[in-house]
Design a protein around this ligand. Structure first.
Ligand code: SAH
Ligand code: SF4
Length: 403
């Protein structure tokens, strides 16, 4: 299999910060309505009118994806000039943009020096697709099968930086304005870099912005937050965001989960399962997704499939089986296709949907758990990927639901 790799670098000249002598020029992209109101007030707009002006600008930004103030025709020329002096509609810089042979796109985004994170768009069949967003740069947790886990936490992303990932993807996919028909970016999954429940304030704020029907308009039921099991924040996630819950389970007993997901030592399976059962609004239409990475000889036996079924008993659940995606230096192997299939059959026969997630974007290190924002590392990995793609196992995996 040959690799076609489109490498294009989008350079955005950063605006001169000294453009006005007294004020810092800041972007309005990613701000909430209240924050925009404050920005408008600071420009001298009468308090009585500030909310309405903010609403107009907010709609230009999030419904129309405006890139310049000129298009804001319902706003006076004077105010537009003022806005232009103190603000931009810039997105953070896209440092690298990769497109996989399977159509998966990955953007490496830099919002400040040393603050780099990745976003992946996974197109699906039938005109829909999911954007996989990052919530932190790096991760404090150290799951042993995950590439991001090898990168120390740099910092939490702000809501603005999380929302900017959606803005950048929409720009690139040419999906403005935010009308719902014909769009391919239909779902958002917090399955990029970082542990979203360790950054819940900003994640919740970002979800409010993404799901607002007057703006980006991606409904809360189409937004899934994946956690490795931060028990004390699970219920709170549901109450604050109404998002769908995904749990990175990967093992059915504590001894193994302690190794794969070290956070399990703090919040063992018993506590985790109890927290999941208390997730607000669970029913057959709103199920928990259990992610289970298939590691050869580690967690993939039929006995473990049966133990998984037992563990899920009584929970409205579906299972996503993720073939392990290797990365440079990883110590695991992906289970054989037959093994994965047997595992999936056992779980399905017990009544749970158990699709095998097709690995997407492996050639650009965009698949689950391959993200790690060190551009040097990403480039060094290209040779690794070519070897990987040459392995027959990748191409023999049957396409299935990509969750
Ligand atoms: N930190 C959160 C969200 C990001 S990880 C969490 O852990 O849930 C997104 C998913 O990819 C998780 O289920 C994670 O366990 C899985 N994953 C990580 N590394 C992987 C790898 N190398 N191969 C396949 N899946 C992986
Ligand atoms: Fe962090 Fe999730 Fe990777 Fe674990 S799997 S190291 S929690 S990003």
């Amino acid at each position: 299999m040959t690799i076609t790799l489109n490498l294009s670098h989008i350079g955005q000249a950063p605006r001169d910060p000294d453009i006005t002598s007294h004020h810092k020029v800041t972007s309005l992209v990613g701000l909430t309505l209240e924050e925009m109101r404050d920005a408008v007030l600071a420009l001298g707009v009468e308090p009585k009118k500030a909310k309405m002006r903010a609403q107009q600008i907010w709609r230009w930004v999030y419904f129309f994806g405006a890139r310049s103030f000129d298009v804001m025709t319902d706003i006076s020329k004077d105010l537009r000039l003022l806005l232009e002096e103190r603000h931009t509609l810039d997105r953070p810089e896209v440092v690298e943009r990769l497109i996989s042979t399977d159509g998966t796109r990955k953007w490496l985004i830099r919002s400040a020096p040393g603050v780099e994170f990745e976003t992946v768009f996974i197109p699906d069949v039938a005109r829909s697709g999911a954007l996989c967003v990052s919530s932190q740069v790096g991760c404090t947790l150290t799951c042993t099968f995950c590439h991001t886990g090898t990168q120390k936490l740099v910092r939490n992303l702000t809501a603005a930086e999380i929302v900017a990932q959606v803005m950048i993807a929409r720009d690139d996919l040419d999906e403005w304005p935010s009308t719902t028909d014909g769009r391919t970016l239909t779902n958002i999954v917090f399955m990029g870099m970082g542990e979203p429940l360790y950054n819940l304030d900003e994640v919740a704020k970002a979800i409010d912005l993404m799901s607002d029907g007057e703006g980006i308009s991606i409904g809360r039921r189409r937004i899934t937050v994946s956690t490795s099991g931060v028990v004390p924040h699970i219920k709170e996630l549901g109450n604050r965001t109404g998002a769908m819950l995904a749990i990175s389970l990967h093992a059915t007993h504590d001894r193994l989960r302690d190794v794969l997901v070290p956070l399990n030592k703090k919040y063992p399976l018993g506590e985790l399962m109890a927290a999941i059962r208390s997730y607000p609004g669970l029913n057959n239409a709103k199920r928990v997704t259990f992610e289970y990475v298939m590691l050869k000889g580690v967690n993939d036996s039929p006995a473990e499939a049966r133990a998984l079924v037992k563990l899920l008993s009584g929970i409205p659940a579906k299972v996503n089986l993720i073939p392990f995606n290797p990365w440079p230096g990883s110590q695991y192997e992906c289970s054989d296709w037959n093994t994965i299939h047997t595992f999936s059959d056992i779980v399905s026969r017990a009544g749970y949907s158990a699709p095998i997630r097709t690995p997407r974007g492996r050639d650009i290190l965009a698949a689950c758990g391959q993200l790690r924002s060190e551009s040097v590392k990403v480039r060094a990995s290209l040779a690794f990927n070519q070897r990987l793609d040459a392995q027959a196992s990748v191409s023999t995996l049957t396409p299935a639901d990509s969750g």
